[in-house]
Design a protein around this ligand. Sequence first.
Ligand SMILES: Cc1cc2nc3c(=O)[nH]c(=O)nc-3n(C[C@H](O)[C@H](O)[C@H](O)COP(=O)(O)OP(=O)(O)OC[C@H]3O[C@@H](n4cnc5c(N)ncnc54)[C@H](O)[C@@H]3O)c2cc1C
Length: 410
Amino acid sequence: MQSAIVLGGGMVGVSTALHLQRRGWSVTLIDRKEPGRETSYGNAGIIQSEAVRPYPMPRDPATLARIAMGRTNDVRYRLASLPQHAGPLLRYWWNSTPERHREATLAWARLIAYATAEHDTLIRDAHADNLIRRAGYRLLHRDPAALEQAIAVAEENQRDFGVTFRVLDGKELARAEPLLRDDLPGAIHWLGPWTVSDPGGLVSAYAGLFERLGGTLLNGDAQTLTQTTSGWSVDTSVGRIDAAHVVVTLGPWSPQLLRKFGYRIPLVRKRGYHMHYQGGRSLDLPLVDTANGYAMAPMAKGIRITTGAELTSPDAPATPIQLGHAEAAARELIEIGSRVEPEPWFGTRPCTTDMLPVLGPAPRHRGLWVNFGHGHQGFTLGPATARVLAETMNGEASAVDTSPYRLDRF
Ligand SMILES: Cc1cc2nc3c(=O)[nH]c(=O)nc-3n(C[C@H](O)[C@H](O)[C@H](O)COP(=O)(O)OP(=O)(O)OC[C@H]3O[C@@H](n4cnc5c(N)ncnc54)[C@H](O)[C@@H]3O)c2cc1C
């Protein structure tokens, strides 16, 4: 029987462990916390089948000037941390030309196409249907011209990738979300995505399935990984664990471990915050307020507001600016109630500089595999990329050409 250690129990790691297990592998999943307590816990909980284009870096001077002057809420930066972002940002800029972004989109959309189908199997097997709504989400536009532009892009995505949507005018939006202010221009309702009322809970349910099917879940530190004569070894709370193969699924922490083995993977680390609100009114479906760069989603703990990207250093303290703006903007739309937690949650979207995940074998180390760097949509893509990686590890032909995601492209 083939054996593997999977390092990191976020959405990507738990899904990878399940897909290897399904192929008859003996799998140990190791995390320093409970599964699904980091980035996969704090996101907006949208399984984004409509997200057929990865996020490029803005290139037009007007947008860049607004970001530089701190006039946007979807992207902000901490000046002191800019030097450490400079290299990755330059590569991100280079890869965001329309032509390169088009290429990245083709490789990205190939994975997105499997997102909901791959979640569906796991949701059913994990009996997690109570956490899921299959009714899409809405993109609110406060400016009619911006709504027209967004409709044109949505039509292009429908034509090229088959995503489905409905345009709601102001009255239709008010009927669909009766608690919202009723003087808004309208929204795009993406019909295909699914939404999750407790993202960390969904990862826990998948991890529970993995254990029920005989998988081993252990606490341990991935940084203790060493190569042995027969494979790989990691320190855990029950001693050293060995396996012939190891998979690095540490999300934003993955490059740090791979560096020890001589692989340098640049990441644009986009921090996001969330806060829950209770005591006000709730929404029917998640709503993204595009002009103000945040999402609000009805979740088990109340309305969860999630913010856009903050470029900062991993250990920098939380800053209140984006969440503060988002909260004020949300209060213009709906009575959300008061904050549930004393402090906001924050986590890092692991974004590669060419916008594609890193998936496959490490070229210079036998039995070392990776699956990370899913950026803004790792919660969506965990099961789909897990399947592709497990097929590759198991020597099966994959329906997806994996060459765009290989590690040695950096
Ligand atoms: C505000 C926000 C909103 C988002 N909204 C969405 C959304 O709506 N839809 C979507 O698809 N994506 C969304 N994302 C992105 C998504 O959350 C991430 O891409 C995804 O969760 C990454 O999953 P992962 O498994 O790679 O990483 P993680 O979930 O971070 O998992 C990595 C795991 O590694 C473990 N680990 C780290 N270091 C060690 C170590 N030394 N030893 C042992 N274990 C270790 C951690 O404890 C963690 O469990 C959002 C992200 C943010 C920040």
